[in-house]
Design a protein around this ligand. Structure first.
Ligand SMILES: Cc1cc2nc3c(=O)[nH]c(=O)nc-3n(C[C@H](O)[C@H](O)[C@H](O)COP(=O)(O)OP(=O)(O)OC[C@H]3O[C@@H](n4cnc5c(N)ncnc54)[C@H](O)[C@@H]3O)c2cc1C
Length: 1021
């Protein structure tokens, strides 16, 4: 296997492999950083240059250590930095690696990733990819060894006991530590309990061992007192499965329940507890929780704060002022932030302003500004409240700036601490220690699976062109460049936030200067419940919302009278200015925006929608208005086909006539609005019959559209609101011969009945009715053998139980692949995590922001769902989760989430649509079987797959025949314009809502061919 070794072999071999490395080495020093142009404060800059140069000089004489040249020379890293496509696929493979339980799986996945388009495997690895038989296992073993080796660079052991010899060695070298427990996403209270036990174990037991180590003044004393020898880093999310900014009080309370014994033990043992900082969404809640913990418990406390956040300086001031005000001393570990890519991507996906700086120099500048704030609040004598600063950085410029800040204030070196990650920058740790600084290593311990996310973060960070370490120790940038003032790197023009250019960037619809804001459509952003203002305003609106009182009492005669008027209004509306029709929609969208929280409140109360669901419903309704408004005008405009001389061929569309809209209760605003405005904007007149359960929100919608119609001077009689029983008035409406188009969303039974009735054409009817019909789903999500279970558990839990499973897109069949059989390890692990995670959901009224699961729509629905639950029991299925697992409540129609296992393909709950919080989990032995099962249902609406095998993603795209397929995410929540929604088979007829063809269903095409030639002469010639 020499070929393989040469590419991925031992470090000794790798370091002598010259060509790829030489290529990197000979690359010019980073020219991305312009030379230092000016300095904001020459004296300060000079001092930083002195201090930084001193540290760099010492570091560069210290040969050993990771993230030196040797680290980067490792072939995987080396090739990753040369070939972006290889890096992406390799890091994806690394991420999937711990889930690959056999050499065959390892090899198959490696082949899959390395044969993706555009990927060029490094020399030697290409042969490994072709290996068969014994060579295949050997190749798998080699690559496994490489990845495990890489992980060991950064992760000190599987647990603290494992890491102890290393911690003791560090101490002897003059370096302190903070132990961090690596964890998978904590998805259940059971998992949070397990983390609590591990943290307690650390806090109780590390001290015993560490107390035997020799004393060290430098490591254990700062300028105002004692520095705890043992330092443990915790993540708030690992102690609370529902740490959710939408419900801050209960999140903090749940966290404190598990954290309090840890704080007490920390106090007893003199251990410092440091709160790590995670995603921006949790930042404010973490800060509040931290301050609450410090206000209520006495323990040595620390907190990580991130400088890549635009809010960095404000956050620094907030925590500093609190510390001084309350007389509390806390340590702040100032870091730049580990989730920059995630935050950038997530903000764009949500349509929110990006919370992190766009450019690296801004992060660096913010770091220095935050340093200044913290040093200004550093306690100068024992007993004084304030901030002790710890610098979590490997960037010598950033460190130098802080040291200069100390000098300026006359603070001694021991008043700050340097913290660096295990496995990184050993040279710098050595240099800092030589300069008399207190250095602490952040030491992660944990198993391979949870370790991978951490490892991938480190690999990404270290191979990034923005990495200071890479510039300093691989690219050998010169000292002046490495120590340049970040402010001097500011370009003349700052990058724009993606959200400000989102509409143009994505071009999701046509753009017409005469429609809306003249830009293409872009999704209405959801409320960001992490923002106090938004959350509080929403809560007030929900509390104050009044559901319009509407009786479903319109008779058949009244319905018929509406059709009379709609028919009479049609010609004028048909010939109305299409741009004014579009304006009706954009005006309506604006009215909804102005009232959005109130509209959500109406739905929370009337449709029992939880906060987020109600908010999403309003946003979707706005989106339908804005999207269709942009797509409609061009339809009436004749478009020329071809360029024949003497012949003008044109195509355009005209409205069909009278439309009847019959809408469901589960998206009582969005779907009702989408169908109504699609019909209206294309020039049809409309009679809307809302669901009997939700006429109130229907009325609110009707009033807003009517107002918009008035504003544009629309003829009267264009839109009618007909709250009425479906069996009588609804049935009569769809059967009326004057109706041209019926837009229906609802159950299969009613949908098929409408299709059948629409097919009957009495003598006096002058047209064939068009039915746009969306009926239902029995949607399956596959969990592949290499799936990321953190993602799969949360994605499936939300898809199955979000809005109590009352979405046609909801997941109701979960197909888990485990080659070992239904009792296999993979299946067991998934079921355990899904089950425990589901039990963590909170049941309550929809108006309560804490509630994850609220009552189903009404008593009839709950009776129906209970019958399915009974059928599952009587068929002998295993109730993995059920009512027994939740506290009893007396809230009517509140059905606990149910998960059944032992399901077969003939089980009732597997075959029938339930429309409630019931999930059937079935085992599949392999991917082929899973695909057959997934496709084995007449409904073809949504489907999902969690997998990290590229060929399985490709196959699912080709073979999983559903209207909307979701890969590695939940299967609900389609967005207008981005994920046009709708199925086929028994799920419905018609094209996708929120898609480019939807409006075509409300129009008839017309074509004209004009002979423009007169006596052999044509104008074009
Ligand atoms: C002891 C310790 C504890 C840590 N704990 C945490 C923690 O709790 N939470 C956390 O999030 N991180 C934490 N980190 C990780 C830390 O955020 C990263 O290691 C750090 O970002 C690397 O910064 P640097 O100064 O060493 O390197 P540099 O190379 O100077 O900075 C790299 C950083 O710059 C930022 N960046 C990269 N590109 C851009 C860009 N285009 N625009 C703007 N900014 C950019 C990113 O934050 C990136 O990580 C910790 C680090 C240490 C050393």
């Amino acid at each position: 296997m020499a070929w393989f070794g040469s590419a991925f072999g031992s470090k000794a071999k790798a370091s002598t492999q010259s060509s790829p490395h030489t290529a990197v080495q000979s690359a010019p020093a980073p020219s991305v950083r312009p030379p230092v142009a000016s300095s904001s404060n020459p004296e300060r800059e000079l001092r930083i240059l002195e201090l930084g140069s001193e540290m760099l000089d010492i570091a560069r004489t210290h040969k050993s250590g990771m993230l030196s040249k040797q680290f980067y020379q490792d072939k995987i890293m080396d090739w990753s930095m040369k070939d972006h496509n290889f890096k992406v696929q390799m890091f994806r493979f690394v991420d999937a690696f711990p889930a690959l339980t056999t050499p065959d799986m390892v090899h198959d996945h490696l082949v899959d990733y390395m044969t993706q388009p555009g990927v060029k495997a490094p020399p030697g690895m290409d042969l490994a990819l072709k290996a068969g038989g014994v060579a295949k296992s050997l190749a798998a073993k080699t690559i496994s060894g490489q990845i495990t080796g890489m992980a060991k660079n950064f992760i000190a052991g599987t647990n603290a006991a494992d890491a102890l010899p290393m911690l003791s060695k560090l101490w002897k070298q003059g370096i302190s530590f903070s132990v961090d427990l690596l964890g998978e996403a904590c998805v259940s209270s059971a998992e949070a309990d397990a983390y609590q036990a591990k943290y307690l174990d650390l806090v109780e037991n590390l001290v015993g061992t560490a107390s035997g180590w020799p004393a060290s003044d430098r490591l254990e004393k700062d300028h105002v007192g004692i520095v705890p020898r043992v330092n443990v880093s915790i993540k708030v999310t690992s102690l609370c499965a529902l740490f959710n900014p939408i419900a801050p009080e209960s999140s903090t309370a749940d966290f404190m329940k598990r954290a309090t014994p840890i704080f007490e033990a920390a106090k007893r043992n003199g251990v410092l507890i440091n709160f790590d900082m995670e995603q921006f969404e949790l930042k404010d809640l973490t800060l509040d929780t931290f301050m609450h913990a410090c206000d209520t418990h006495e323990f040595e406390a620390g907190l990580a704060m991130q400088a890549y956040l635009k809010s960095g300086v404000a956050d620094a001031k907030r925590i500093s002022e609190w510390a001084v005000r309350t007389g509390r001393v806390v340590t702040v570990r100032l870091v730049k932030g580990a989730y920059w890519d995630f935050e950038t991507i997530h903000a764009e996906q949500e349509g929110w302003p990006c919370p992190v700086w766009h450019e690296k120099w801004q992060t660096d500048q913010c770091f220095e500004d935050m340093v200044e704030v913290f040093l200004d609040h550093c306690p100068t004598e024992p007993g004084q409240g304030g901030i002790k600063l710890a610098l979590g950085s490997h960037n010598v410029r950033s460190i130098g700036a802080a040291l200069a800040g100390l000098d300026k204030r006359g603070l001694p070196r021991e008043s700050i601490e340097l913290q660096m990650l295990h496995g990184m920058a050993d040279q710098l740790k050595h240099a800092a220690e030589q300069m008399g600084l207190r250095v602490r290593e952040y030491v992660p311990v944990g198993e391979m699976i949870p370790g991978m996310a951490y490892l991938v973060r480190r690999l990404l960070e270290n191979t990034s062109n923005e990495s200071w370490l890479k510039a300093g120790f691989l690219d050998n940038a010169n000292t002046a460049t490495l120590l340049a003032d970040p402010a001097s790197l500011a370009p003349a023009e700052l990058k724009q936030d993606l959200v400000d250019i989102a509409a143009q960037r994505h071009g999701l619809s046509l753009a017409d200067p005469k429609v809306g804001n003249g830009l293409p459509f872009y999704s209405e952003p959801l409320r960001d419940f992490a923002e106090d203002d938004q959350r509080e305003a929403f809560g007030r609106a929900v509390a104050g919302a009044a559901v319009p009182s509407v009786a479903n009492d319109r008779t058949v005669e009244q319905g018929v009278a509406m059709l009379d008027e709609a028919q009479a209004a049609f010609p004028a509306w048909r010939d109305f200015d299409p741009y004014l029709r579009s304006k009706v929609l954009t005006l309506t969208a604006q009215m909804m925006r102005d009232r959005r929280d109130e509209l959500s409140g109406i739905m929370c109360k009337e449709a029992r929608k939880a906060w987020r669901e109600a908010d999403a419903d309003v946003c979707e309704a706005i989106d339908f208005c804005e999207y269709y408004a942009r797509m409609a005008p061009s339809l009436t405009e004749p478009s020329r086909l071809g360029k024949f001389i003497g012949e003008l061929d044109e195509l355009w569309y005209q409205p069909k006539g009278v439309a009847v809209v019959i809408s469901p209760w589960n998206f009582p605003l969005a779907i009702c609005c989408g169908m109504t405005v699609a019909a209206l904007v294309t020039g049809n007149t409309v009679v809307v019959k809302p669901a009997e359960q939700t006429p109130g929100i229907g009325k609110a919608m009707f009033d807003m559209i009517s107002d918009a119609l008035r504003q544009v001077g629309a003829p009267s009689g264009v839109l009618h609101f007909c709250p009425a029983p479906g069996e009588t008035t609804g049935a009569a409406l769809v059967r009326d011969p004057r109706v041209n188009v019926i837009a229906f969303t609802g159950s299969k039974a009613v949908g098929l009945n409408i299709i059948e009735a629409a097919g009957v054409t009495p003598e006096e009817q002058s047209h064939v009715k068009r039915v746009v019909c969306e009926m239902g789903g029995k949607n399956a999500v596959i969990v592949d053998a290499s799936a990321d279970l953190d993602e799969a558990v949360l994605g499936i839990r939300y898809s199955a139980f979000g809005f109590q499973g009352q979405k046609c897109s909801a997941c109701s069949r979960c197909i888990v692949i485990d080659p070992e059989g239904p009792g296999g390890q993979r299946m067991k692990l998934f079921l355990e995590r899904l089950g425990e995670s589901t039990k963590t959901l909170v049941l309550g009224e929809a108006t309560d922001p804490n509630a994850d699961v609220s009552p189903v729509i009404d008593g009839e629905a709950s009776g129906n769902i209970y019958r399915f639950i009974e059928s599952a029991r009587s068929e002998g299925l295993t109730e993995l989760v059920g009512a027994k697992d939740f506290p009893e409540t007396d809230i009517a129609d509140l059905i606990a989430p149910h998960i059944f296992t032992g399901v077969t393909e003939t089980s009732t709950i597997y075959t029938q649509e339930i429309f409630g919080p019931v999930l059937a989990v079935i085992h599949a032995k392999d991917f082929d079987e899973a695909m057959r099962m997934a496709n084995g249902h007449a409904y073809k609406l949504t489907g999902g797959i969690f997998t990290r095998k590229p060929t399985h993603i490709d196959r699912a795209k080709r073979e999983f025949r559903v209207g909307n397929l979701y890969v590695n995410r939940g299967c609900t929540g389609a967005l207008v314009g981005r994920q046009p929604f709708g199925g086929f088979g028994m799920s419905g007829v018609g094209s996708k809502a929120g898609g480019p063809e939807y409006l075509m269903q409300f129009v008839d095409p017309r074509a004209c061919c004009e002979n423009t030639m007169r006596r052999g002469f044509a104008p074009e010639l």
